[in-house]
Design a protein around this ligand. Structure first.
Ligand code: HEM
Length: 403
């Protein structure tokens, strides 16, 4: 069985060779051994990824629905505060998933993404003001991390003074390829859970127009979210919405800076921005792997047999570079249209925050290029360092010269 490395910094720096080796197997499914997750098959074509993610009867998120009690047993021995995080919708199947998603959709819709644009722009400008007088900065630390974090804090209605504390608490979770690092991050996670429990109570300090109050008020057919469900939902929004957007913005900026001709085209025609964001989503593929699914029955899928309880996940990086779907799939082309990438997944778990992520990236790119029209990388392209990560394509830093 060939061994494919999809975790190392060198893979993240340039996935082309590995993706081509995977493609050369000719199979829509390949076996991989991944840190923490272990052995499983990954869908590597656009068609197989889409079909697997859309078939919610055959491939489920909750292993208990595929006959496995392992997760349930692990949750029973974990501290309650950690266990409750698994209550979130991304780990559930219908009808519970539909119910939780319906409630959060209701709260999300109360404040449309359009109405959030001035706030996102103001946050972006505030962060850029802080670095504007420097000649060289690391945009990762000063901008790309801070922007999504501050936007989620604002959206939830958390007090501004808590943003820095959050960054420190969640900072330990950068390296999930390493079990030691995951364990070391637990105290930070526990602190976040304690804090979120406090603010998500009535009178806990959340701002009245934020999502936390919206979640407290949301109701479908007489059912509301419990305190545990609200905490778990907020944690999911941080987990799903912060790093992902950070790496779309940083990875996207890197591609824009690497392609000077296209960057000039974008600066001359701001109407290109929506297409540019889609191409950054496809080409960067900040979320490289979907969460695993479990087969609910013995089934033949994409030419292979699955036993009940067997795991499979979608390899979105490979699906987004499938030549059947995309011409010149390894080429960054911000005029690409159509661009049916799977970066937000598909099916019932399709990303809840897709409009927010698109808006944040568009505003981030627009503000950075408007404020620093002569922006360029401060180091040679090959010196850019990527993190060792499973399932997330993460730059270590983005050193740039602003002026
Ligand atoms: C570039 C940014 C983002 C990317 C690439 C991304 C990607 C994804 C993907 C691939 C999934 C599906 C995972 C699966 O099926 O296993 C997903 C689900 C989800 N995302 Fe995002 N996401 C981004 C930003 C956000 C933001 C900003 C939020 C919210 C603030 C968010 C909230 C969620 C939630 C709650 C789910 C679970 C939905 C469900 O289970 O129904 N995401 N995201």
């Amino acid at each position: 069985m060939p061994v494919f490395d999809i975790v190392s910094p060198s893979f993240h720096a340039d996935p082309v060779r590995t993706i081509e080796q995977i493609r050369a197997t000719g199979s829509p499914l390949v076996q991989m051994r991944l840190p923490i997750l272990g052995n499983m098959r990954l869908c590597v074509t656009h068609e197989a990824c889409g079909a697997m993610l859309k078939d919610k009867e055959t491939f489920v998120r909750d292993p208990a629905n595929a006959g496995s009690r392992t997760q349930e047993r692990i949750l029973r021995i974990l501290p309650r505060s950690i266990g409750l995080l698994a209550l979130n919708m991304l780990g559930k199947d219908d009808p519970e998933h539909r119910h939780l998603r319906g409630l959060v959709d209701q709260a999300f819709q109360r404040r449309g993404i359009q109405a959030m644009r001035p706030m996102i722009t103001a946050v972006a400008d505030r962060l850029l003001d802080r670095v504007a007088h420097h000649s060289e900065v690391d945009l990762m630390e000063t901008f790309c991390r801070d922007l999504p974090l501050s936007v989620i804090c604002e959206m939830l209605g958390l007090p501004d003074t808590d943003h820095e504390r959050f960054k420190n608490w969640l900072g330990g979770l950068k390296d999930t390829a390493n079990i030691g690092a995951v364990i070391r991050a637990i105290p930070g996670v526990l602190r976040v859970v304690r804090y979120l429990r406090k603010v998500s109570r009535h009178g806990g300090g959340a701002k009245p127009d934020g999502l936390i109050i919206g979640l407290q008020d949301a109701e479908i057919e007489g059912r509301r979210l419990s305190e545990d469900e609200i905490v778990s939902m907020i944690f999911l929004l941080f987990g799903a919405g912060q790093e992902t957007t950070t790496h779309l913005i940083s990875g996207g900026l890197l591609e824009i800076l690497r392609h000077d001709d296209q960057r000039r085209q974008l600066q001359a025609d701001p109407g290109l921005m929506p297409l540019c964001v889609e191409e950054c989503l496809r080409h960067v593929s900040p979320v490289q792997l979907t969460k695993p699914r479990w087969a609910t029955r013995n089934v033949s899928f994409a030419g292979q047999e699955f036993g009940r309880g067997e795991m499979v996940a979608g390899f979105l990086t490979a699906a987004n570079r499938d030549p059947v779907e995309f011409d010149n799939p390894h080429q960054f082309d911000m005029t690409r249209k159509p661009n049916p990438h799977l970066s937000f997944g598909t099916g019932v778990h399709f990303c809840l925050g897709y409009q927010l992520a698109r808006a944040e990236a568009a505003i981030a790119f627009e503000r950075v290029l408007a404020r620093f029209p002569k922006l360029r990388l401060a180091v040679a392209g090959e010196s850019i360092v990527w993190r060792k990560r499973v399932g997330i394509r993460a730059l270590s830093s983005l050193p740039v010269r602003l002026h």
